[in-house]
Design a binder for this molecule. Structure first.
Ligand code: WT7
Length: 633
């Protein structure tokens, strides 16, 4: 990749102008010069936002793993592709060169084939952050199977919902996972999940923690039993540009998660190009993104983006606090990491522990820092800048979404300067705009509006699996002809964007995108609960935490056990990440005359902004507001 490298402001301005004035030529060039295609496209982009029909590089043929692996094996077979740092400090690290990665991915692909998986089949991957997770993802892509990675912290019910929604027939998991001092029996969770699935299911089990597991001889296969007898090369299956590459579920404003579908060619071009420029990757750099591959960040910026560029990407199995809070910095020191990409919630948690955990580690290899997942507050930004970057590493605050596939707004080191708490400028080809509630464009500086994008970019999601109507309604209906992000933002006098947060019923807790609806649905299954409303409130470490307002069937039941029962239900239905920090019992919830819960008022109360509740006189039951304020936590 040596074309269109953006390395100064003049260069960016020129390229940005071209990318928006002549996107066809711009992306045609990027795609032609930087990737290997079996067959070129007949058109660069075809789109209609009203119908949410978007196609890039139509009729081209390629395989993304050929671009991520094989071509680098030819040029640089012994370069390290993946570094693996295990959770347990006494376990030896591992590394895989590009040539070894090819073999591992091919072997895994052959295992999948031996289990009957073929192009277009859905494969659910429920694994900890171990190398086999990377191999599984890439093995699916090698043979054209559609991977659906489910974060291994999700509960069995959440897993079952995802398996059933996309009709996957194989789940790849491990016996267990190591997380800090604990182990978790993942196979057990999969067994539970499959009780709720059809009988076409197979399970492939990776050996990780050596714990006892149940084996159903007709359904479960041990990877170790199969892999020794498969061939170590597998031809890449030719994919059409628009063939789905993967499904990744994200929460929405109804109980059902949305299976965002990403396509092959556009996703490859955009993730790869953004990686190269935003992280300014150089030949001998070691790049580390601390996300889990269960989230989009891991898909795009641990695996596909870096590997497509022939980078060395680090995978860490563990958590920042184990064996103590110096773990991240020890890893940076150990591998001489050059780019470090993490989430604001991790930065806040580490900052709280003090600089003692930082100081004995040599962080001088760091050149670029990154954040993603939620707005970063100024205090955390400064701590990161001073203590980790030693005030000499640019910080890229990268704004994007599961739906966007890649980074849309970010600074570029040495090109677009960073600015604390601002994501800054649109990346090449990205045309953001801010709209008011009437859909009129806000041109003034420093005025918050709804962030929309008016032209497609190559890695935009193509649909929601099995529900294109919902895709149209969620993203393309609020404002005609625009993609609506669900975020609020404003622009400063220099055109820098600052994201202010979600404007819908999605709450970002510790960087995890949680819909209020699925949590409320889970809670409402409690036999004593009549109704519930979940809102977010500011939290030092998590960014936001969850506050539940609950009405019981018969107030006499008000007991202390209710909070733990609610949290048990949530853990079971969704996963521990969605547990409530505060639970308040109330005799009623504030409602509009049409019966809609006024979450806006509850949000203010949860944030202790009692004086800015706005007009409550139009409520059906204004009297309940005083009661809620008086009992608020
Ligand atoms: C939502 C998307 C993109 C990968 C991780 C999250 C928020 C994301 C930033 C940022 C402010 C951010 C937005 C967005 N968000 N990055 N740099 N500054 N907010 O992916 O789970 O799909 O969540 O995360 O609200 O809409 P996701």
């Amino acid at each position: 990749m040596n074309n269109y490298i953006i390395n100064n402001k003049a260069n960016y301005d020129l390229a940005y102008a071209e990318s928006t004035e002549n996107p066809v030529k711009f992306w045609d060039d990027i795609a032609s010069k930087n990737f290997v295609w079996e067959k070129k496209w007949s058109s660069v982009v075809n789109w209609n936002f009203d119908k949410a029909k978007i196609k890039w590089f139509e009729n081209s043929k390629l395989n993304i793993t050929f671009n991520c692996i094989d071509r680098h094996v030819k040029e640089n077979p012994d370069k390290i592709a993946i570094l693996f740092e295990p959770n347990n400090v006494n376990e030896k690290e591992k590394s895989y060169t590009y040539s070894e990665l090819l073999t591992e991915v091919c072997k895994m692909a052959n295992v999948l084939k031996s289990l009957g998986i073929k192009k277009g089949d859905r494969v659910c991957i429920y694994l900890p952050m171990i190398p086999e997770l990377a191999f599984s993802v890439l093995a699916c892509a090698r043979i054209g199977a559609i991977h659906s990675v489910v974060f291994a912290g999700f509960s069995s019910e959440a897993l079952a919902t995802r398996i059933n929604d996309c009709d996957s027939t194989l789940t790849i998991t491990s016996d267990g996972s190591f997380r800090g001092p604990k182990t978790l029996n993942l196979k057990c969770i999969v067994d539970d999940a499959l009780l709720k699935c059809n009988d076409k299911q197979k399970v492939l089990v990776v050996n990780r923690t050596q714990e006892e597991i149940n084996i159903d001889k007709n359904r479960d296969f041990l990877l170790d039993d199969i892999i020794s007898s498969v061939e170590d090369y597998c031809n890449p299956v030719l994919m059409d540009a628009e063939d789905p590459l993967f499904i990744l579920y994200t929460s929405g404003s109804t109980g059902k998660p949305k299976g965002m579908v990403h396509s092959t060619a556009g996703y490859m071009v955009y993730t790869s190009y953004t990686f190269k420029n935003i992280f300014q990757y150089k030949e001998n750099d070691v790049y580390w993104c601390t996300a889990d591959i269960g989230w989009i960040t891991g898909h795009s910026y641990i695996l596909y983006g870096p590997l497509c560029n022939g980078a060395t990407t680090l995978m860490f199995e563990g958590v920042p606090s184990y064996p103590d809070y110096s773990r991240f910095w020890k890893i940076v020191d150990k591998y001489k990491v050059s780019q470090f990409y993490t989430a604001p919630t991790a930065i806040r948690a580490l900052a709280k522990q003090g600089v003692n955990f930082v100081k004995d580690n040599d962080l001088s290899s760091l050149r670029i820092l990154g954040t993603v997942g939620e707005p970063i507050n100024e205090e955390a930004w400064n701590w990161y800048n001073e203590n980790i970057g030693k005030s000499k590493c640019p910080i890229v605050d990268t704004w994007w979404q599961t739906e966007t596939g890649g980074i849309l707004i970010s600074s570029i080191p040495g090109v677009i300067p960073d600015k604390a708490t601002f994501a800054t400028k649109p990346f090449l080809g990205i045309q953001p705009l801010l709209l008011d509630d009437n859909g009129d464009e806000i041109k003034e500086n420093n005025k918050v509006g709804k962030l929309c994008i008016k032209f497609p970019w190559p890695s935009i999601a193509r649909t929601i699996w099995g529900n294109h109507e919902r895709y149209i309604n969620t993203y393309f209906s609020a404002f005609k002809g625009k993609y609506f992000t669900g975020d609020g933002a404003f622009r400063d006098e220099n055109g820098n964007y600052r994201i202010t947060g979600r404007v819908d019923d999605v709450i970002i807790v510790s960087g995890h995108n949680l819909g209020t609806a699925p949590i409320e649905d889970a809670i409402n299954e409690h036999e004593n609960i009549a109704e519930s409303a979940i809102v977010g409130f500011p939290h030092d470490i998590k960014g936001n935490a969850l506050y539940g307002f609950i009405t019981l069937k018969g107030m006499s039941l008000g007991n202390k056990k209710i909070k733990s029962e609610i949290n048990e239900l949530i853990s079971k239905k969704i996963g521990p990440i969605a547990k409530l920090d505060k639970v308040q019992l109330t005799s009623g919830l504030p409602k509009t005359r049409s019966g809609k819960i006024m979450r806006r008022i509850l949000r203010k109360i949860a944030s202790k902004e009692f004086n800015s509740l706005g007009d409550i006189s139009t409520l059906l039951n204004p009297e309940v507001v005083d009661e809620i304020i008086n009992n608020s936590l």
